[in-house]
Structures are given as C-alpha cells and as structure tokens.
Ligand binder design. Structure first.
Ligand SMILES: Nc1ncnc2c1ncn2[C@@H]1O[C@H](COP(=O)(O)OP(=O)(O)OP(=O)(O)O)[C@@H](O)[C@H]1O
Ligand SMILES: O=P(O)(O)OC[C@H]1O[C@H](OP(=O)(O)O)[C@H](O)[C@@H]1O
Length: 183
C-alpha cells in the first residue's frame, strides 16, 4: 500500500527543521522517512541536513528529472529528490519541510498529502530568527514580510501544530497527529 506524504510548512523561524531533527528517532522507529532536501545554500549556512549545491548543479538536476518537487523562495532553490516516490511506493510515510507557496502544486502532484502547518506566537518569530543568526537583518526582515503574505490562510485541509512552547511538546503533538491520521 502506498505511504502517506506529510507536508510540514510554516513561517521561517517557526521551527520546522528543529522539529524534524528532534523527532528523527521516533519517526524512524515507526518507519517514517524524513526528506533530505537539495538547496542552493552554502554548506556552512545550511542549518539542516540538506545537500548544498550550486545554482548550475541544481538547474541540471532539475532538468534531468531528479526532483519530485522543486520551488524557489527566499532567493534560493529547493529540490525534493525523486526517490521519495520509491519510499511512498514501499509504504513508508514520508515527511518533508515544504513551502507554503508551493502547497497547491504539491497537492496537485500528491492529492492525498497530509498538510501540517507549524505555528508560533508572532513575536517569537523575530526573536528566533535573530537568535538563530543564519540570515542577516535585511534577510530576516524579508522573511518576516514574506510570512505576512500568508496571513490570508492556505487552501485545503490543514492540521495546525503549535511550536510556541518546548520542542519536546511539539514532538509529542506531531507523533499524536500522525497517530490520529493513521501513521
Ligand atoms: N520550541 C522552540 N522553542 C524555542 N526555540 C525554538 C523552538 N523551536 C525552534 N527553536 C529555535 O528557533 C530557531 C528557528 O528554528 P528552525 O531553524 O528550526 O526554523 P525553521 O522553521 O526550519 O526555519 P526556516 O524555514 O527559516 O529554515 C532556531 O534557532 C531554533 O533553535
Ligand atoms: O515561505 P514558504 O513558501 O512557506 O517557504 C519557502 C521556503 O523557505 C523555507 O526554507 P528555509 O527557510 O530556506 O529553510 C521553507 O522550508 C521553504 O523551502
């Protein structure tokens, strides 16, 4: 039976990568695969377990059909390797860090996907982005401005996960959410 695609989204700084890292062991224990993205960000600045590539390499990979999904945002290119389709065919749940702007296209390609929106209190976002220090102040303001453009809401069914409190709480909530959805 085909596995479920779980599409985790949320504002930059809401804690998507932190949650995926913190939940890695319990997710692996239940056979859920976490996607390692391909990103045109320098290896030093990745901040997540991803493959850093140049723009030229990304474009070549995309042209050759290496990605199941790909998008551009924040001045970067993001690719989801094609092998997620093998994992899904094998029956694994597959969890990825997705883009809100790409959600409609992701749903078109994977109609049964489970969309999960990570949220935090608005004033926490700026604090978290600043404390993380991966982007400079101008880039942080651009990310906060981008977040504001999604205030109108996203289309289609969505599960909300709050990450305003401790990360360990969010891990438990994520596992419960997957249990409830049958994964
Ligand atoms: N529950 C939490 N409590 C306190 N700090 C947190 C929590 N979750 C994440 N953080 C911190 O917030 C910052 C942003 O988290 P993270 O990089 O995981 O966000 P993200 O959603 O993946 O952002 P981006 O989309 O920009 O990559 C990090 O410095 C992280 O340590
Ligand atoms: O703003 P939206 O469209 O939700 O997301 C755009 C992109 O930004 C984030 O990546 P990162 O912050 O560069 O790691 C998301 O993971 C996504 O890939």
């Amino acid at each position: 039976m085909a596995g479920k695609l779980i599409y985790l989204m949320g504002p930059s700084g809401s804690g998507k990568d932190s949650l995926l890292q913190a939940a890695a062991a319990p997710l692996a224990a239940r056979g859920c695969r976490i996607v390692r993205r391909v990103i045109t960000r320098s290896a030093e600045a990745l901040g997540e377990d991803a493959e850093a590539v140049s723009r030229e390499v990304f474009d070549a990979l995309e042209r050759s059909g290496a990605f199941a999904m790909s998008w551009r945002a924040n001045g970067l290119c993001y690719g989801i390797p094609r092998h997620i389709d093998d994992w899904l065919a094998e029956g694994h749940a597959v969890l990825l860090n997705g883009s809100r702007a790409y959600l409609a296209e992701a749903r078109r390609r994977y109609p049964g996907l489970l969309a999960v929106l990570l949220q935090v209190a608005p004033d926490a976002l700026r604090k978290r982005l600043t404390a993380r220090g991966r982007e400079n102040p101008t880039e942080i303001e651009a990310r906060l401005a981008r977040n504001a453009t999604f205030a109108e809401g996203l289309q289609g069914p969505l599960r909300i996960l709050d990450n305003s409190a401790a990360l360990t709480d969010s891990v438990q909530h994520l596992l419960k959410l997957l249990d409830d959805a049958g994964h």
